[in-house]
Design a binder for this molecule. Sequence first.
Ligand code: HEM
Length: 179
Amino acid sequence: MKGIVFNYLGEMVEEEFGLEAWDSLLQKTGLDGQFVASETYSDDQLFALVAAAHEATGIETKELVRSFGRYMLPNFRKQNPQFFEGHTELKSFLLSVDRVIHVEVRKLHPGVELPEFTYDDESDSELTMHYTSPRKLCFLAEGLIDASAEHFNTKYELDHTQCMHDGADFCTFKIKILN
Ligand code: HEM
């Protein structure tokens, strides 16, 4: 994960729980908190911070990761407004994540570690996304999808019908658009 992701995590923890909370997570995990945005850091450091946040708050790990996804999307948008231009609805935006956004992100940031999504485009109101990543950050994806839906004022249901955390080779999100 790039340092920018750690910096967003730090900002989120500071905004929600205060600076001391972030300092204490850094202390518990033995990290110095000096993350350079463009550098790559070990995923284990991210997982250690999430585990420490779970211990400190009692909030389930998957809920913490989902909240982080929700927090990240508006920040991605501020940094890359061009990826939202041209989309007036959620489905076309989600289809562009693997086909356009992450392709461009890979060109801009060589070495970036991105997931793979494949899609079943069933109908105007249904989209199935299959998520594969060695990092198994499917709950981050759920949070990113949730914040994207909010951006497009879309009500939706998401059914995470199979999960890598339960031993599946990939996760499947069945998304139903309600409005
Ligand atoms: C403007 C929109 C977006 C931008 C600019 C963007 C960019 C990025 C970047 C830079 C990372 C890698 C971080 C790293 O290596 O440190 C990342 C990871 C990720 N992105 Fe996107 N992304 C966007 C939207 C989305 C959306 C809407 C989804 C969900 C459908 C998504 C799913 C993910 C996931 C799950 C990861 C974590 C890495 C992994 O699972 O292996 N992204 N994205």
